[in-house]
Write a protein of this length. Structure first.
Length: 451
């Protein structure tokens, strides 16, 4: 175990460094948009561009890595992200920043995919779960710590953009110096949405709702803080509280879902999101009638509770889907579920910003509460319909998992070593359906891209 962890420490260090740059930039962009006086809907459009870039990269960034190799691809993605970060300081214009955020989202997905497939290459069946947990904690810890870098310089200065750019660039150093051999390029295989929905409607719906809720938070929470009159440190604390709070309930809720009906746990998480968000909306409306920052600590405390529930929704939805998926299909299924999450994350900031335009900053939490209620209602509906339910002893184990790319599923110990390779042949399927002998029996499996 220790030898495996030592072999990936450079990758984990590089990951934490570029995530600090990414975390700093994401909050900074929201604060700068709000400070410039743009409408919430305009800010939401710019913030949604990042998640749109993630979704586009999920479709084809694996091809870039396959062509260039992991080290060169990592360098390309990091360099482009760093350049786009610096370019923010040249001019503040929504259209210009939309393009930059689109580039940054695409590059960030590529960086995640490089690191995650690399970590998988260095992991064994015995260490894969531990490496995944350490990696997930690294992701959350770096993003949480990055928020406090906002206090190092004025928001309207060039320095914060420069710092974010430097952090992403410096992340190249430990990766470029690593002695870990480059892994096999990721395949990018994924299930289609219809097939996934037929297998696990709640799994797909939960991923979409998770993306919508988390995307709305990451995109619009800095704008919410600025409109509420919070200080920069208050906004940093708010963001960090949600991210760190997201780790708190991962293990207990995961263990509970392994022993009982997972749909019931997802319904409970939806209820928790709705209650926490409604309380936040109420506190925000009350605070609007008082002096700025009067109820800031109440908002931060409730936001941490919101994070504790909302960050468990995606891994719970993934576990729910995995209960009905064969182990060798885990990676392509995770690709489809991550794409579902990405589509939800694109819509989250857009829809939340429109609600904020209509009812004020508290509209962010009112919108998120609607997402929690929809999750609760859909889960209950699936239980009432009497959908097939695996025996608790047949359920897969819950696994703490960051919402990054589908490549992280390769680290999931619930899968199999050969899960990247699949056999697919139309003639073989036709022969099987007609009772004929498979004309291609014994042929080696062929790598495919599922649609």
């Amino acid at each position: 175990m220790g030898q495996v962890l030592l072999s990936v420490v450079s990758l984990l260090v590089g990951t934490s460094v570029f995530l600090m740059g990414q975390g700093l930039l994401g909050t900074l962009v929201g604060l700068r948009m709000a400070g410039a006086g743009y409408a919430d809907s305009v800010s939401g459009l710019v913030m949604a561009a990042y998640f749109l870039g993630l979704a586009l990269a999920a479709l084809n960034s694996a091809r870039v890595i396959a062509i260039a190799g992991h080290i060169r691809a990592f360098a390309v993605f990091a360099t482009c992200f760093s350049a786009a970060t610096l370019a923010h300081s040249f001019h503040l214009d929504p259209t210009y920043w939309f393009v930059l955020r689109l580039i940054e989202g695409y590059c960030m997905c590529g960086l995640f995919m490089c690191v995650e497939s690399w970590l998988n290459e260095r992991s064994t069946n015995d260490t894969r779960g531990t490496v995944l947990s350490i990696y997930s904690i690294t992701v959350y810890g770096a993003q949480g710590a990055a928020q406090f870098l906002l206090n190092l310089a004025p928001l309207d200065s060039f320095l914060l953009f420069a710092l974010a750019s430097i952090l992403v660039s410096v992340a190249l150093v430990p990766v470029a110096l690593t002695r870990v051999p480059a892994p096999t390029p990721p395949t990018g295989a994924r299930f289609g949405f219809l097939r996934l929905y037929r297998i696990s409607p709640l799994g797909v719906f939960g991923c979409i709702m998770s993306g919508m809720v988390i995307g709305a938070f990451y995109g619009m929470a800095p704008v919410f803080g600025a409109k509420m009159g919070f200080s920069v440190n208050d906004v940093a604390t708010l963001m960090a509280a949600v991210i760190i709070g997201g780790v708190v309930l991962q293990w207990p809720l995961g263990r509970f879902s392994d022993r009982f009906d997972r749909r019931l746990v997802i319904a409970g998480v939806g209820c928790g999101i709705a209650v926490a968000a409604l309380c936040l909306a109420g506190v925000a409306w009350a605070a609007a009638l008082m002096e700025p920052r009067t109820l800031v600590w109440a908002v931060i405390g409730l936001a941490a509770l919101f994070g504790a529930f909302s960050f468990t929704l995606y891994p719970l939805a993934l576990a729910q889907a995995n209960d009905f998926i064969e182990p060798h299909e885990l990676v392509p299924a995770s690709g489809g579920l991550m794409l579902a999450y990405s589509f939800g994350a694109v819509g989250g900031p857009l829809a939340a910003s429109l609600v904020m335009d209509a009812v004020g900053p508290a509209g962010l939490w009112a919108f998120i509460a609607c997402g929690g209620v929809l999750t609760l209602c859909f889960s209950v509906w699936r239980m009432i319909r009497g959908a097939p339910l695996p025996e608790t002893e047949d359920q897969g184990n819950y696994q703490m998992m960051a919402r990054t790319t589908a490549a992280i599923a390769e680290l999931d110990p619930r899968g199999e070593d050969d899960q990247l390779w699949f056999e697919f042949d139309y003639q073989a399927q036709t022969a099987a359906q007609s009772g004929m002998e498979n004309p291609h029996a014994g042929d080696p499996p062929r790598q495919i891209w599922s649609t």
